[in-house]
Design a protein around this ligand. Structure first.
Ligand code: MLT
Length: 273
């Protein structure tokens, strides 16, 4: 683990060479949700996990609850570690940050993996609910309002056949802090629609969605893939909003393809062609 003040905690998830996959986690979780998918990547593909501010091992570090500032912190952390560019992959909250990164640091982001996420903003009712949860966890200093989330995050097939994932997700949620949970809810509530980022982003985009995802369903994935200049859609059967945890191998296969598309674009054709 690497932590420096105002920088975020990062974790090597997979050794390899070349442009890394930088993996940004969902809410209210941390980099551990990416471990199984990173391990299922092909040999040689490098992956780095990042704990977002106030989540996992990262401090809030005075970062305001704005995804623009989070994107800058991820960028600063990666540059500090000598990474000139990355294929940025985010699940849900991580996807919101990935889009903000592509908007603010387009030269850094050479490919985008958008997993169980959306480019649209919250509706008013959802925004109000987030602010209500943020206030509740702050006032009572409790994680209670988010402890039942595994039931929403996991798909119906996991509820039947992957019961072990419920206590696993709950243990990850219990490791978070009320301050971090409140901060993330406020940051997500404040985010704008970033569909236009996809209309201008120059690199390959891979959109992945669980067929049973109720939080960011297929219609949101289709909206993103239609907006992207070079987009591909993967629908993972029999999983919900936590596709990378519920079926890590299928998500790794989609991300491996994205990594290859980025590499092919960046390798000039060799003579004679
Ligand atoms: C997540 O998985 O990160 C959350 O469901 C995101 C959200 O609440 O919009």
């Amino acid at each position: 683990m690497t932590t420096t003040s105002a920088l975020l905690a990062t974790f090597p998830l997979r050794d390899g060479a070349g442009t890394p996959l930088v993996m940004l986690h969902g809410f209210p979780l941390d980099h551990r949700m990416w471990r199984a998918a990173a391990e299922a990547l092909p040999e040689g593909v490098r992956a780095i996990g990042v704990d977002l501010p106030g989540q996992g091992h990262s401090d809030l570090g005075g970062i305001p609850p704005r995804l623009e500032d989070v994107a800058d912190a991820v960028h600063r952390t990666m540059r500090e570690q000598g990474e000139g560019n990355a294929v940025v992959v985010g699940l849900s909250l991580g996807g919101y940050v990935a889009l903000a990164l592509a908007e603010r640091h387009p030269g850094f982001v050479v490919g985008l993996g958008l997993v169980d996420t959306k480019s649209t903003a919250d509706l008013d009712a959802a925004r109000a609910n987030r602010l209500r949860i943020a206030d509740a966890v702050t006032q009572a200093q409790t994680l209670d309002p988010v402890l039942s989330m595994p039931g929403m995050l996991l798909g119906t097939t996991s509820a039947e056949k992957r019961r072990n994932l419920f206590p696993l997700l709950e243990s990850w949620i219990r490791a978070q802090s009320p301050a971090g949970v409140a901060w993330a809810q406020r940051a997500m509530a404040a985010r704008p629609d970033r569909t236009d980022v996809l209309r201008t982003f120059d690199g390959p985009v891979s959109v992945v969605v669980g067929a049973e995802d109720q939080i960011t369903p297929l219609v949101e994935a289709e909206h993103m893939v239609h907006a992207a200049r070079d987009g591909a859609l993967t629908v993972v059967p029999a999983v919900g909003h936590m596709s990378a945890v519920e079926d890590p191998a299928s998500v790794a296969a989609a991300l491996s393809l994205l990594h290859r598309r980025v590499a092919e674009r960046r390798t000039p054709p060799r003579w004679p062609w």
